[in-house]
Design a protein around this ligand. Sequence first.
Ligand code: 6GU
Length: 263
Amino acid sequence: MRFDVFTIFPEYLAALELSLIGKARGQGLLEVAVHDLRDFTTDRHRTVDDSPYGGGAGMVMKPEPWAQALESVLDPHADAKPTLIVPSPAGEVFTQALAHEFAARQHLVFACGRYEGIDERVLDWAADHYTVRPVSLGDYVLNGGEVAVLAMVEAIGRLVPGVVGNPESLVEESHADGLLEYPVYTKPAAWRDREVPEVLLSGNHGKIAKFRREQQLRRTVARRPDLIAALDAGSLGKADRNVLWELGYAVVDRQLVKREAAT
Ligand code: 6GU
């Protein structure tokens, strides 16, 4: 799998040389190329921005360097269009499902905007050559796309087979089944007057699995009720439904609804 990143701050992406992603690059599992957008300018000052038509605050990224940059990584022999990911707080929200979708692609290109964003015509033009996907990390504003690309390349890259050493760690983690992960503990069994839950020391794997599942449900209800509302209640087991009933939820048309709202 290949990633190309275009940015005016290539040093920002140096973190992709570290840890799991850096190691995967060394092993040839991932190819990551970071490009300086200013290398695709033609004027003496290497200008990438200009004032917005229609007025308003800030600057807008000019279209010409972006077109040169995005053309430079197109492969005329590729059998599918690459995906162009444009980090933007105005994009669709990046989720684990989107990470899986992108991890199945051969070639991802990231266009990091700065200032107020990239001239909209770049995205229109790019759609002839790319599948264009404006993507947001969430409902808050960053100064540019670079930090978002670090997050997305890590979330996508770790799903590529071989990048994470133990593939089981991909199954038992937050969001894998629409719930948050259960809490984890290690030695010592007692620490500063706090004990590890006894069931985890019991060696009873059935009881441990049941305990962990209940913890996942409790945690998700407390922290992310939006994820509970998005569950398909029809696919939940009896034990799950009982825990959720105790936590104040009822099933109506395969949807989990707050019990007081249901009556
Ligand atoms: Cl992807 N980019 C920027 N600039 N801000 C963001 C974001 C992305 N996601 C959340 N805020």
